[in-house]
Design a protein around this ligand. Structure first.
Ligand code: HXC
Length: 261
């Protein structure tokens, strides 16, 4: 599918956390195919290297930086690396997330904290870093990856849902606070997406919303929404959370609550 003008992202620099795999790789690829220079960041160097090779094979200007977004000092280094390698930053995509299915009574304090640290605190660290180093003086564009169930209750995902609800809130607050600085902040909330670690981890809990067929949601479907929000076509959209799940996210996880089991 090719509905955007060629080179719509020409001369733009896009930074994507968790950009080496799954949805993040899909976003990096699409942004690059439309002309962006792409920096991907995650914890695992070999996976980053492989994805940068894949991007370069598509003639995309791409690089990587190893970074644990839970660590503010590592995020500082990442921002400096983006400056040194590309000179500027136009779009930040906060995509990195941690997840595992666990009932509340199986969830340790550290398990809950770990997911909130990666998803919510990591998004905060990256958002602050991009603001301080780039966006506060020239404006910019932030797109957070959320989840449909952040807006309601869900079994076995209390940690992820709480973290994503926090991300939605941060999205709205930053959009209001930074409106006058020319910074737009939005979120995309994907349902189950084929060929992702999230789907692999949660597949036993998912109900018929992604059977891996070509009709099912692909990373490219999420990437198209991110590209739209990054583009000038969305110049008056900020503080918005767009669910991209064909309404399946409403009924995404159907594990019986302990009381029903
Ligand atoms: C219960 C678990 C657990 C499990 C880990 N923990 N896995 N608890 N059930 N299956 C607990 C550990 O016991 C530990 O607590 C704490 O979590 C931290 O675990 P570590 O392994 O030390 O943490 P770390 O190495 O930092 O790894 C973080 C991780 C990791 C989240 C646990 O697995 C990860 O990053 N995973 C993947 C990435 C991923 O799947 N991304 C896609 C997200 S999809 P204790 O108390 O023992 O110390 C998504 C949206 C999905 O977010 C929605 C649509 C379907």
């Amino acid at each position: 599918m090719n509905i955007f003008a060629d080179n719509i992202m020409k001369d733009k620099v896009v930074l994507i956390t968790g950009g080496a795999t799954g949805i993040g790789k899909g976003i990096a690829t699409l942004m690059g195919q439309y002309g962006a220079s792409v920096m991907i960041a995650s914890r695992k160097q070999p996976v980053l290297e492989r994805t940068v090779d894949d991007l370069k094979a598509l003639a995309i200007d791409a690089d990587y930086c190893v970074c644990d977004i839970r660590d503010p000092a590592a995020v500082e280094e990442l921002m400096k690396t983006v400056r040194a390698r590309f000179g500027s930053l136009d779009v930040l995509v906060n995509n990195a997330a941690g997840n595992f299915p666990a009932a509340m009574d199986q969830l340790s304090p550290n398990g809950f904290k770990t997911v909130v640290d990666i998803d919510l605190n990591g998004t905060f660290n990256m958002t602050k870093g991009a603001f301080d180093h780039f966006f506060k003086s020239v404006g910019g564009n932030i797109i957070n990856i959320s989840a449909p169930f952040a807006g309601w209750g869900v079994a076995y995902q209390a940690h992820a849902a709480a973290a994503k609800a926090g991300i939605d809130s941060l999205t709205r607050s930053c959009a209001v606070e930074w409106q006058s600085l020319g910074i737009r902040v939005n979120a995309v909330a994907p349902g189950a997406v084929s060929n992702t670690e999230g789907l692999e981890r949660l597949s036993e809990a998912l109900v018929g919303s992604n059977n891996g067929s070509t009709d099912a949601c692909q990373a490219e479907d999420i990437a198209n929404s991110v590209l739209f929000l990054a583009s000038d076509a969305a110049r008056f959209i900020s503080g918005e959370i767009i669910r991209v799940d064909s309404a399946t996210g409403v009924d995404l996880l159907k594990i019986p609550m302990p009381a029903d089991a």
